[in-house]
Design a binder for this molecule. Structure first.
Ligand SMILES: Nc1nc(=O)c2cc3nc(NCCN4CCCCC4)[nH]c3cc2[nH]1
Ligand SMILES: [Zn+2]
Length: 378
């Protein structure tokens, strides 16, 4: 096991990671000001200070440990100073578990139309009111200190896919300079600042990015610039190049991933933390996640199906309601229908990472992965 080495200035520490077999899979515990959390972990996404359609009480009940929120959105609305005046994001949204905020590095490039990137930062137009806005490492870090999350992310550029080698090289070098500026601007003790590895889909740039950020010594590392439309084998290859270069005793967070098949592969490479809007987003169009793939509850086939979505699922939806009932609600545009599919999908992924952790601790992760992939149709 890798004992936790003392880290200056931070609490997102990594304790007792248990290696499993010859895979890089490990089960660890993440220390934050709001508790100690088990990894591998899935983090439900609450972009605008709410995980859509579910309450903090329901999140707690289904086993959520850390939830994600977005600096880009909260900076534009309601404003991060306002959240600070409200007592910070935990108070504002009544969540006493862990919170991780993304820095805006992805949202600016994926949401903000018309953007211009310079050494200083990124100029963009607000997707809300079209106003001209600007984010830099300093502004993004100050905004995240105002929000008061337990783990915050360095300001980076998520390189689009595909990208020319030269562009990926220059952007990755700039992201490393932005990481250093993020570090200098980060003065809030007790809050962990993670760097984000870039490098596009180029092995050498991925290695340079990882090595440069490791030498700047962060308490944890995000792996960015993936799940941006590249084929899954390319994503796995980038993980294979990057993860081994990151310190064993620090958490690795694969940003924006994902579906259960991606999670089980990424855990094998040594990833500890995941976030994705996928479970909450597909829930809102009536799709439920199961261990054999997706189940579109809205389909006519389930009109008289009085079984739950998944008979072996312990979630509130599966314990109390049938497919026929949920389908009826969805067809009738009843909000409760979306809530039930969302509760199920979040529970499914939270439970899935719990099952992976258990398999790692019992040294049977590789057979767990085999069995799961055999049953799961993508
Ligand atoms: N700061 C930052 N840097 C990144 O490179 C990054 C890379 C990311 N890649 C994704 N992928 C999300 C893909 N998602 C899948 C489900 C449907 C909506 C899009 N999210 C990301 C977030 C990111 N955040
Ligand atoms: Zn369920």
């Amino acid at each position: 096991t890798c004992a936790f080495a003392g880290q200056k200035k931070v609490l997102a520490a990594y304790e007792e990671a248990v290696k499993c077999g010859y895979s890089g899979a490990r089960a660890g515990r993440l220390h934050t000001p709001h508790g100690v959390f088990d990894t591998p972990m899935f983090m439900p996404v609450g972009t605008q200070a709410t995980v859509k359609a579910v309450s903090p009480r329901e999140l707690k009940e289904m086993g959520a440990q850390i939830i994600l929120s977005n600096t880009y959105h909260l900076y534009l609305r309601p404003g991060t100073e306002l959240v600070a005046e409200a007592g910070g994001l935990h108070r504002f949204m009544d969540w006493d578990g862990g919170i991780l905020t993304d820095s805006g590095g992805f949202q600016v490039f994926s949401l903000g139309p018309l953007r211009k990137i310079t050494e200083e930062g990124a100029a963009f137009r607000s997707h809300i009111d079209g106003s001209t806005q600007f984010l830099s490492p300093e502004i993004a870090i100050k905004a995240q200190m105002n929000l008061g999350a337990d783990i915050i992310m360095a300001f980076d550029e998520c390189i689009p896919y595909p990208a020319e080698y030269q562009y990926a090289k220059l952007s990755t070098e700039r992201t490393t300079r932005w990481a250093e500026r993020s570090q200098k601007a980060h003065t809030r003790s007790g809050q962990a600042l993670f760097a984000i590895v870039q490098g596009g889909m180029y092995q050498d740039l991925r290695r340079v990015s990882a090595n440069d950020l490791v030498s700047l010594d962060f308490p944890g590392y995000g792996i960015g610039g993936l799940s941006v439309g590249e084929p899954k084998p390319v994503m796995y290859e980038m993980l294979e190049q990057t993860v081994p270069l990151l310190p064993e005793n620090k958490p690795r967070y694969l940003m924006g991933v994902g579906t259960p098949d991606c999670l089980v592969e990424a855990v094998r490479y040594g990833i500890d933390m995941f976030d994705c809007v996928f479970p909450t987003r597909v829930a809102r169009n009536g799709t439920a996640m199961t261990k054999s793939g997706r189940l579109v509850v809205k389909n006519a086939a389930y009109a008289k199906d009085f079984l739950p979505i998944d008979e072996n699922c312990g979630c509130y939806a599966c314990q109390n309601f049938s497919r026929a009932y949920i389908r009826h609600l969805l067809k009738a545009d009843e909000i409760f229908g979306l809530r039930l599919t969302t509760i199920h999908n979040l529970y499914f992924l939270l439970d899935f990472t719990k099952k992976m952790r258990q398999a790692i601790l019992e040294d049977r992760f590789l057979s767990f992965r085999e069995e799961f992939l055999a049953q799961y149709c993508k």
